[in-house]
Design a protein around this ligand. Structure first.
Ligand code: URA
Length: 231
């Protein structure tokens, strides 16, 4: 691709500004300084300011989302994108979260610039299990285990029952819930419906990817291999 196209696609500067970057000798290709914005380059062999182009083949990361951050590009307040390198938002395509977590939910969130990956992971036909750890303000009734597993549990205002979900009660007011779909506020709504409103909620696993193994402090992210989720 052209050098100016590369600089703009990977979020360094606009195509118009690329001339200045090149003129200042900031771009090297195969060990030589690039002198023309029209010079054809392969991203893998480019250095900008002496550094390789990051995530040449796409961005796939796992973020430990802290409570209080919103999964949106445009809402007020703190956004999950504030936790990621600003250059990622200037890339084309830019980054998006794979599905969403509520502002008050913490835990494992995938971020990618690969629209196909995002779509495949959130498709209703794809039932990647997601595990949530929660606490509640009232004891969780034993009967909820069978209700949630039945495949007949109806959320208020909905006509299609929830897919069977696995509930493990680990303490009177705490547990783990594994979902195979992603409806709006699903964990909170399911638990509220059985009389155990959620106090805290954290997603601890998506498929075989576990937050604990990643050892991320809240707000930290790490690159992942998207093949982890291929079938
Ligand atoms: N269920 C919820 O209620 N909230 C989330 O953020 C994710 C699942």
């Amino acid at each position: 691709m052209r050098t100016d196209a590369l600089l703009s696609q990977y979020g360094y500067c606009s195509r118009r500004e690329a001339a200045r970057w090149v003129k200042c000798g900031r771009v090297q290709y195969r060990g030589e300084v690039v002198h023309s914005v029209g010079a054809k380059v392969e991203a893998e062999e480019v250095l900008v300011d002496g550094e390789p182009v990051p995530f040449v083949h796409g961005i796939y990361v796992a973020l430990n989302k802290p409570v209080g951050y919103t999964c949106s590009h445009k809402e007020e307040g703190e956004l999950v994108y504030d936790l990621l390198p600003a250059q990622w938002l200037c890339r084309n395509p830019g980054v998006n979260t794979v599905g969403r977590l509520d502002k008050e939910t913490s835990g494992l969130l995938l971020v990618t610039d690969d629209g196909q990956f995002e779509h495949a992971m959130t498709s209703p036909r794809r039932h990647v299990p997601k595990v949530y750890r929660f606490t509640t303000s009232a004891p969780i009734p034993e009967a909820a285990v069978a209700q949630f597993a039945s495949g007949e549990f109806l959320l208020e205002g909905e006509v299609v029952p929830c897919r069977p979900a696995e509930l493990e009660i680990t303490a009177p007011c705490a547990g783990l819930l594994t979902l195979h779909e992603g409806r709006y506020h699903q964990v909170r709504r399911m638990l509220a419906a059985v009389g155990a409103p959620v106090v805290s909620l954290e997603r601890i696993a998506i498929g075989s990817l576990c937050l604990e193994q990643l050892q991320l402090a809240p707000g930290e992210w790490v690159e992942i291999d998207p093949a982890l989720f291929s079938r």
